[in-house]
Design a protein around this ligand. Structure first.
Ligand code: M6R
Length: 610
């Protein structure tokens, strides 16, 4: 959470910083700020709220036209959103400026010490102590000053610091919060995430935990936080800058929903043999012996990625016959999980930077477990720290609400489950081929299901004033119901709950009254009749039921008020297409209610704090 940009080079700093922050606003949008060094002084402008508020304040064309600067977009942790709490923060003399992503855990103690030494604070943030520490520990050289600061602060941080005394240098530090350095010609960049600098360069250094960089126009030098030089490999990012644009869509979320057929295709590409008979996951580098030895799998993730894990469990248990636990990362890390010596830990994270998921990854590695990361971001912490990586090829996902990342996570999990089954000999050739062929047909099915958008939009319009909404289903449809409910809550702010359809009558049925919308998923053929009975139970209480089933099913329409038909596919892979109408429903519900679809209140895309 929080987005950071730094720039040093010939362009006006305002252009690069504001443009970069606009690409990072998904990381937080409680306030925004910019600082630059001009004429030997540090200038700062900040504004509570969206980046556009800051832009409005920069009405003077000439402001921030210098050539070195930093910027920040905030997701508030310590101190409510306000101008004062917005970054950048300065020391008492205004000679240093700092932007920060993370939490300085010992800030209270540091603050007390600094107050006792006469420092005056202007914000409630943990970050401001860093600026005052810089003043206190100033060595006359920004690099060594920041090393001294790093020795004093505990917690998680990505920091970029600037000094009025050295208008050519930025110093960036990383500990547990992401930071990349973009490499240009005669200019260099720092950012929390690659999309912020994609327009200028695709070559980056990804700082590792415990590293810092000294960034000038002419070069970048990397060190440990203790000052030892480190050699970095350049990561060339394949993402096309256009992929991070809205491309004519009203919102990133809608664009990303529509990108799913391609994202599914890309994630499958090269991972199924040309004759469609085998899964090819040599990229994992696993031996047959290792795969045979796995005796349980722990899938660990948060939010939508956790929901993907629930589908993954069903697939792996069914095909690879390995017991799977799916755990919420924030719980897992403190739960003394029962791992055997042969437990495989699979972390799922779109961003590769979610703090709790990374903690689970690190704890598991420390216990000697093998960890596989399913992630969308090459160069992310999860990708770099896991023993093996299965990349989802969704391209940059900008909207806070996850869509194409989810469907590609499902694709990766299907491939993984089938691969394990193939190597362990727990799936017969015919079944394997059938499922692989069903997977290959999914991009086309996803195209078709997008055609249902106008009907879903109408439903969202009709139910725009709904206070509650329920999602029900059995088996894989239940896992999807959880995702449908999360999506609706997250962006439309309608209260939504998901229930295993058979569970409603154990309490929640009391909430079903006349006209309450219920989204009933009925794609799992072997559970169809049972689900139908549960649908009748809610219909008998006068709920308004929108059903989802496959084309060709004439039965469901007799029991519900409206039906969305999905293209025929094998039920076991159906989640990849069934989720699309649910995403569209959340999207249109948010649009008709006038919400900021891509930046829902209180949230940020990349949750880099616990
Ligand atoms: O980057 P991650 O996949 O680790 O993020 C996990 C969750 O924060 C994320 O999926 C969140 O639930 C989405 N915003 C939901 O749409």
């Amino acid at each position: 959470m929080c987005g950071i940009v730094g720039y040093v080079g010939p362009r006006p700093v305002r252009d690069v910083v504001i443009e970069g922050l606009s690409r990072l606003e998904y990381r937080g949008y409680d306030s925004a700020g910019i600082a630059s060094v001009e004429d030997g002084a540090i200038h700062v402008e900040k504004a509570v709220g969206r980046l556009s508020n800051l832009v409005d304040r920069l009405s003077d064309e000439g402001a921030f036209s210098g050539h070195i600067g930093i910027g920040h977009t905030r997701w508030a942790t310590h101190g409510r959103p306000s101008d004062d709490n917005a970054h950048p923060h300065r020391d008492c003399r205004g000679r240093f400026a700092i932007v920060h992503n993370g939490i300085v855990e010992n800030y209270l103690q540091l603050r007390e010490d600094l107050l006792a030494k006469g420092h005056r604070f202007t914000s409630e943030t943990d970050t401001e102590v860093v600026a005052h520490l810089m003043e206190e520990l100033d060595t006359g050289d920004l690099f060594t000053t920041m090393m001294a600061v790093a020795r004093q602060i505990r917690g998680a941080y990505a920091l970029v610091a600037m000094s009025a005394e050295d208008p050519n240098t930025l110093v960036a530090l990383r500990k547990s919060s992401p930071l990349v350095v973009g490499l240009g010609t005669g200019e260099n960049f720092v950012a929390s995430d690659i999309p912020a600098i994609l327009e200028y360069t695709r070559d980056v250094y990804v700082l590792d935990d415990g590293q810092m960089a000294v960034v000038t126009r002419d070069g970048v030098q990397c060190f440990t936080l203790e000052g030892q030089p480190v050699a970095k490999d350049v990561l060339h990012v394949a993402w096309d800058p256009v992929a991070a644009e809205r491309g004519g869509y009203d919102h990133f979320m809608l664009k990303e929903i529509h990108e799913q057929p391609k994202a599914i295709r890309d994630t499958l590409s090269g991972r199924i043999s040309p004759d469609g008979t085998r899964v090819v996951l040599d990229e994992l580098g696993w031996s047959t012996e290792f795969i045979q030895s796995i005796d349980r799998i722990h899938i660990v993730a948060c939010g939508t990625s956790w929901h993907a894990g629930l589908v993954g469990k069903a697939v792996m248990e069914r095909f690879a016959q390995i017991p799977v636990n799916v755990e919420v990362a924030s719980e897992y890390r403190y739960s003394h999980p029962l791992q055997t010596d042969h437990t495989l830990v699979v972390v799922i994270t779109q961003s590769g930077e979610t703090a709790d998921t990374l903690a689970a990854l690190r704890d598991s590695k420390a216990r000697g477990r093998r960890v596989l990361a399913i992630t969308n971001v090459i160069g992310s912490s999860a990708a770099r720290e896991a023993d093996a990586v299965l990349l989802t090829l969704a391209g940059p996902e900008i909207a806070v609400a996850s869509t194409k990342a989810y469907t590609t996570q499902l694709v990766a999990l299907y491939l993984l489950g089938l691969y394990l089954a193939q190597v362990r000999g727990t799936v017969d050739d015919q079944t394997l081929q059938e499922v692989l062929s069903a997977l290959v047909s999914l991009p086309q099915a996803a195209e078709q299901v997008l055609d249902a958008a106008p009907r879903i939009e109408q439903f969202a319009l009709d139910y725009q004033d709904a206070r509650d909404c329920f999602f029900i289903g059995r088996g894989l449809d239940y896992a999807l119901s959880l995702e449908g409910a999360l999506k609706l809550k997250e962006i439309s702010y309608i209260h939504a709950e998901a229930y295993a359809a058979g569970e409603l009558k154990h309490g929640t049925l009391a909430l079903i009254t006349e006209g309450v919308p219920v989204i009933a998923l009925a794609t799992q053929t072997h559970l169809y009749e049972k689900t139908l009975s549960n649908i009748k139970e809610v219909k008998a209480r006068d709920a308004f039921v929108l059903g989802l089933t496959f084309a060709g099913d004439d039965e469901l329409q007799k029991s519900v008020d409206e039906v969305i038909y999905l293209p025929q596919t094998m039920p076991v892979v159906a989640p990849i297409v069934t989720v699309i109408p649910l995403q569209l429903l959340a999207y249109y519900a948010a649009v008709v209610r006038g919400n900021d679809v891509d930046k829902p209140r209180n949230l940020a895309k990349s949750v880099t704090v616990e």
